[in-house]
Design a protein around this ligand. Structure first.
Ligand code: COI
Length: 356
């Protein structure tokens, strides 16, 4: 049955879990909106996507995702403005990136019309899960897993593309302390670092736990060859402000092409801030910190939005960053959110209206 006149197969939830959610005290990823999208790939093609009530699903224990980690995902957000209108932020970028990630993991690409139709339907059905007001959003998690049963080490012939949604505020509620990687690595040349492959994240948990034991929430990864160059943090890309210049590492096959990252670069350049996208050495920020020229460090990511970094550890020494007036992190977070919440002009055409 398809009362919405789309090419999707729709089963509406008969009850809602929204009453269980304390929207003022959200733990990231704890509660899920009432509907999800499920689309299977079999016999060489993606089948009709289904919108159905959020809930558990059955899979064979031999499904390849459990054995070889053939899985990719995305992170996106929907925002509600003060008039109750719903907006996505640069969703085409997420669509392109998930297919780029899929390609690297030998997963078939997903059709664009299915992706957008599913997103729009989910947001329409679960629009009450999107709260207006600064910091509130519905975090959208599209992902693909290999579902073929069989433990032979070869790409799966069956996949499942899903979209689930959870109400979210910013991932970090206060400034983050980080440590700079000197031993472990996140990614290597020719590897999967640029992809949002599930294993990229799982592989960081152990070294990040070691960092947490020392009081640091995140690791800033360095290049695997020399550990001399700063790359990205586990949940976000990273920016360094030396005097008034903003510096961030270039994307590569090791670094995620972050959508928040490139939006901040565009906003900063538009305002005439000097931005350098180039390799940056750990030695350069140590020197800048010593000369009081390292004014700020901050992370940028969909979940994290713009996360202030209060200080960093390297080689056993902790460097507290100064408190500056009008920090870029605060300024660009606001500029970004003003566009996301439809409070400002959108000169770049980043906002994507969703009918609810
Ligand atoms: C996102 O920002 O959407 C991410 O994917 C980071 C995630 C690990 C929370």
């Amino acid at each position: 049955m398809n009362p919405e006149n789309t090419s999707l197969e729709i089963t509406k939830a008969t009850s809602s879990a929204i009453g269980e959610v304390d929207f003022d005290n959200l733990t990231f990823g704890k509660y899920y909106a009432d509907h999800m999208m499920v689309c299977d790939y079999k016999d060489g093609k993606w089948q009709t996507p289904k919108i159905m009530p959020y809930g558990p699903m059955e899979m064979q224990p031999s499904a390849k995702v459990f054995h070889y980690g053939q899985a990719v995902f995305e992170g996106m957000k929907a925002f509600k403005d003060d008039d109750g209108k719903v907006w996505l932020f640069r969703p085409e970028q997420n669509f392109e990136r998930i297919n780029k990630s899929s390609k690297r993991m030998a997963i078939p690409e997903f059709p664009k019309e299915y992706f957008f139709e599913a997103l729009k339907t989910l947001l329409k059905f679960d629009s009450k899960w999107i709260k207006s007001g600064d910091g509130n959003s519905l975090y959208i998690r599209p992902f693909v897993i290999a579902t073929e049963a069989g433990v032979s080490a070869s790409p799966s012939n069956a996949y499942r593309f899903m979209i689930i949604c959870c109400p979210a505020k910013a991932y970090y509620s206060s400034p983050v302390k980080v440590t700079i990687a000197q031993e472990y690595s996140r990614s290597a040349d020719g590897g999967v670092g640029y992809a949002k492959a599930a294993g990229n994240y799982g592989a960081q948990f152990y070294p990040t736990n070691l960092a947490k034991e020392k009081g640091y929430q995140q690791v800033i990864w360095t290049d695997a060859n020399s550990h001399e160059y700063l790359e990205e943090a586990g949940t976000m890309n990273v920016f360094f402000r030396i005097n008034d210049k903003l510096i961030t590492a270039p994307i590569s096959d090791r670094i995620l092409d972050g959508i928040t990252r490139k939006s901040i670069i565009a906003l900063a350049e538009k305002e005439g801030v000097e931005v350098e996208v180039r390799r940056i050495k750990v030695a350069e920020i140590l020197e800048a910190a010593k000369n009081n020229e390292l004014k700020e460090m901050f992370g940028a990511g969909t979940a994290a939005t713009v996360a202030q970094i209060s200080g960093f550890e390297f080689d056993g020494t902790y460097h507290e960053l100064p408190q500056v007036e009008n920090p870029y992190s605060v300024h660009f977070k606001k500029a970004l959110q003003d566009i996301q919440y439809n409070r400002a002009e959108d000169p770049f055409g980043w906002r994507y209206a969703v009918d609810i």
